[in-house]
Write a protein that binds this ligand. Structure first.
Ligand code: HEC
Length: 108
């Protein structure tokens, strides 16, 4: 009986350790990929669209009035359109999603 109690305590301690590890992993996970849509926009997009999305260089659309959905933005950014260069081979898909989400924040 005593032995059982001890092994249960050990088991509980082991499980607690396991959970502690998972909690640590989960706490560090969100910062690991750290995709910064605003930063990508400034590097890859602002040259035509401007920091506020309104520059309109090379006939680029004013992003502050764009009505495209997030899905349409992701598709357009991936494949490019007209004078806008395709980003599909330059940016990773999570970066394209992050920058597409950022363009939504430029809307008035
Ligand atoms: C070389 C200039 C250029 C660069 C760099 C550029 N764009 Fe564009 N963008 C354009 C042009 C031109 C259009 C208009 C395309 C068309 O409809 O013919 C456009 C259109 C768009 C649209 C669609 C707006 C609408 O309502 O139709 C979005 C969204 C967009 N760009 C986002 C981005 C993002 C995000 C980046 C950076 C990853 C980027 N663009 C980089 C030139 C550029």
């Amino acid at each position: 009986m005593i032995r059982n109690t001890i092994s249960l305590a050990l088991l509980a301690a082991l499980l607690a350790c396991g959970n502690g590890d998972n909690a640590a992993k989960m706490a560090s996970a969100p910062s690991a990929p750290a995709v910064d849509g605003a930063k990508i926009f400034k590097v890859s997009c602002a040259i035509c669209h401007g920091n506020d999305g309104k520059l309109g260089l090379n006939g680029s659309k004013d992003l502050s009035v764009s009505v495209l959905s997030l899905e349409d933005r992701i598709a357009l950014i991936t494949t490019g359109k007209g004078l806008m260069p395709a980003q599909g081979s330059i940016l990773k898909s999570d970066e394209i999603k992050a920058v597409a989400e950022y363009t939504l924040t430029l809307k008035k």
